[in-house]
Structures are given as C-alpha cells and as structure tokens.
Ligand binder design. Structure first.
Ligand code: C2E
Ligand code: CA
Ligand code: CA
Ligand code: CA
Length: 269
C-alpha cells in the first residue's frame, strides 16, 4: 500500500465531505479503488408472494484497505460530481452480469444514478456491456430514483425507453419519497414500483402510511406493474404488506445484502 493512502483515512470523515479538497481526495482514492478492485457487490434478495427468491438487488461496497467497508452513501454522491459515476456504473453492471449465473439465473437489479441517465450514450454503453457479457436483457432490472426522469428530461427518458425496448425492466426506486411520484404514474413507462422504506417503517404507527401503501398496490395492480416493498424489518410489516397486496418483499427480515458465496447467503441454489 502507498504511504499517501494512510493520510486518506483521516479524510474519510463524512463531516468533511463539504470540503472541496477532501472531496477531491476521496475522488482520487475512489478512482484508484476502481482500478484496484477494491469495490465489490453485495446482493440482497427480493422474495415473491410464494416466499421464493425472485431477484436480487446489487449494492456496491468499497472495501478500503485501511478504513474497512465504506457504505455507498459516503462515496456515490462524490462519484456523481464527475465522470467517475459513469465508470463506477459500468463496473457495477459488468460485475452484476458476470455474477448472474451464480445468482441462480434470477434477474438482478442495478441502481443507476441520474447522472448516468443524462449521458447521451448511456443506453448504448449499457447495451454493449450486456452484449459483451452475453447477458439476456430480460435478466436485468434498472432502478432509478423517482426524481430522475421527470427532472432529467429528454435524454434520460430516451435512454430508459431504449433499454426497455431491449427487454430491460425499469423500477422506480424510493417511490413516494420525492415530490413527483404521482406524475410518474401517468407519464412514464416502467415495470416495477419500489415503495420507499419510510412508508414501511411508519406503517405500524401511522394509519395514513398504511393506507398509502394499500392505495399504491391497488393502482399498481390496475396498471399493471409490480410493487416491491423494501426495508422490511419485522414480521408485522411483512404481514401488513402482504395484506396490502405487494408482490415483492425486501428487507433485513428476509435477507441482508451479502457477498456471493457467503454461508447463509440467501442466494437461490
Ligand atoms: P437503495 O437503492 O434504496 O438501496 C436500499 C438500501 O437499504 C441499501 O443500503 C440496503 O442495504 C438498505 N436496506 C436493505 N434492507 C433494509 C432494511 O430492512 N432496513 C434498513 N434500514 N435498510 C435496508 P446501501 O447498500 O447502504 O445503499 C444505499 C444507497 O446507495 C442505495 O439506496 C442506492 O441509492 C445507492 N447505491 C447502492 N449501490 C449503488 C450502485 O451500484 N450505484 C448507484 N448509483 N447507487 C448505489
Ligand atoms: Ca435501489
Ligand atoms: Ca430504495
Ligand atoms: Ca435511494
């Protein structure tokens, strides 16, 4: 390991992310991490109503030599300020495609940043990676946060439409957390709604949150699209979500994000 890497450790204090110099430092370390294979994907299962695993979500981790595991919230926002998020996104997709066989051939969902979606050649690069890795587009789900397409305009919409034509499925992530949720339902072709985990967390104590979840499930059935609930931590939440009519279930109760091949990893046999 390089000497300079040691100083980087101090720079990881999230309080300092606002500091331009520290930000650039992390960016440089992350760029090196991409080359040095310090990034890895963990997979979290999504269960169907029959309790069988139906897909996995790929979640990126940075295993820093000194700092240990760094969660994405601490480096994705920095990557998004440069071309780094594009490189990172391509790495994630390529790795997820490579892992498909080990995931039992079940579909895998990758998170895509709004910054990636705004690149004119996003869909083309994405398709090239699928082709390169011999991946069936129908095995891939792209998760976009709901603030994206409506804000990001023509290019993002065209990219998503192009992927969808290939057979890639589109999920709206964190549904209900932004301001444009309902607009989505009328303007945009997608396949899956992922209910934001704040609704799942509040359902037990807030009657209105429970009603919103039920209403979203009802709309989803009519469209029709799938509804996945995320952040399920208790049996009560799980029961309530099943009653509400969700079709997919994700959360620590059902399986934590884990690297491939870990014992107890909820990966289909
Ligand atoms: P997200 O897409 O909403 O992912 C779900 C987050 O909730 C993950 O955090 C997951 O570990 C966590 N989670 C899952 N089940 C539970 C639960 O039962 N309770 C609680 N409290 N949390 C749960 P993680 O892995 O730290 O990822 C955070 C965010 O970072 C993701 O939110 C996503 O927006 C972003 N992210 C992760 N991987 C990637 C990636 O490869 N590319 C991009 N652009 N963003 C990514
Ligand atoms: Ca997600
Ligand atoms: Ca989410
Ligand atoms: Ca999110």
């Amino acid at each position: 390991a390089k000497k300079g890497g040691r100083h980087a450790v101090v720079a990881f204090d999230p309080d300092m992310l606002g500091d331009e110099r520290h930000r650039r430092f992390i960016e440089r370390e992350l760029r090196a991490a991409l080359l040095m294979e310090e990034l890895e994907l963990h997979y979290q299962p999504v269960l169907g109503t029959d309790m069988a695993i139906r897909s996995h979500e790929a979640l990126v981790r940075w295993r820093h030599q000194v700092r240990g595991m760094i969660p994405p919230a601490q480096f994705i926002p920095i990557a998004e300020e440069s071309d780094l998020i594009v490189k990172l996104g391509e790495w994630v997709l390529r790795r997820a495609c490579g892992d498909l066989a080990e995931l039992g051939g079940l579909p895998v969902a990758v998170n895509v940043s709004p910054v990636q979606l705004r690149q004119a050649d996003f869909a083309r690069s994405f398709a090239a990676i699928l082709q390169d890795t011999g991946t069936d587009p129908r095995a891939i789900i792209v998760e976009v946060t709901e603030t994206v397409p409506l804000d990001a305009g023509e290019i993002a919409m065209a990219n998503l439409a192009a992927l969808r034509r290939l057979g890639v499925r589109i999920a709206i992530d964190d549904f209900g957390a932004g301001h444009a949720s309902l607009q989505y339902l009328r303007g945009f072709a997608f396949d899956i709604i992922k209910i934001d985990r704040s609704y799942v967390a509040n359902m037990g104590s807030s009657r209105i949150d429970g009603m919103i979840v039920s209403a979203v499930c009802e709309i989803a059935r009519a469209l029709p699209v799938e509804v996945v609930a995320e952040g399920i931590e208790t049996q009560e939440q799980f029961n309530q979500l099943r009653l509400a009519g969700c079709s997919g279930f994700q959360g620590y109760l059902l399986g934590r994000p884990q690297p491939l091949g870990k014992p107890g990893n909820a990966v289909a046999a």
